[in-house]
Write a protein that binds this ligand. Sequence first.
Ligand code: GRF
Length: 198
Amino acid sequence: MVLVSGSGTNLQALLDAAADDAFGAAVVAVGADRDGIEGLARAERAAVPTFVVRVGDHATRAAWDAALAARIAEYKPDLVVSAGFMKILGPSVLDAWPVVNTHPALLPAFPGAHAVHDALAYGVRVTGCTVHLVDAGVDTGPVIAQEAVAVRDEDDEGTLHERIKTVERRLLVDVVGRLAREGWHTRGRRVRFGRVAQ
Ligand code: GRF
């Protein structure tokens, strides 16, 4: 089950990977917090069910979170993937499923919604992407996988983000496939693939 808010290229990478049974996971549904986005169109083209749960349609953030959890539950997913989903998830979702997020920076550097801008503004020479478990904080959950991307002198936010996203899509597909095929366990904050904790 994948949550999106935008163009959905990470979703597309998962849909493409899941077309092969050997991937080990299927995208059972795609949820969004807004209408009219390319991410939903990508799901529809792949004949994957979609739903939209808008924050503005609910009296409180907690009510939105509960409504989102109720829609997710209809599809009985093993895992929720936040792939460019630009809302902070609450306990109704987080207590019910493991949630994996992809973030366009090397956490804990540059959390939040403007990670690529912030990395450029700071002047770092290397940034990258992080796939991590979601907890109650903003981009604070345990890291599963990271990959570095060098910043070029001529980069602007757009060029750097596109290069990060190319890596991000590959990393997210790799992580979701491995989680599905191998299982995973944690020791403290350390996430490892494989079902048996050492
Ligand atoms: C990704 O870089 C994701 O990490 C960030 O927003 C972007 C989403 O891209 N939060 P897309 O919608 O998957 O194309």
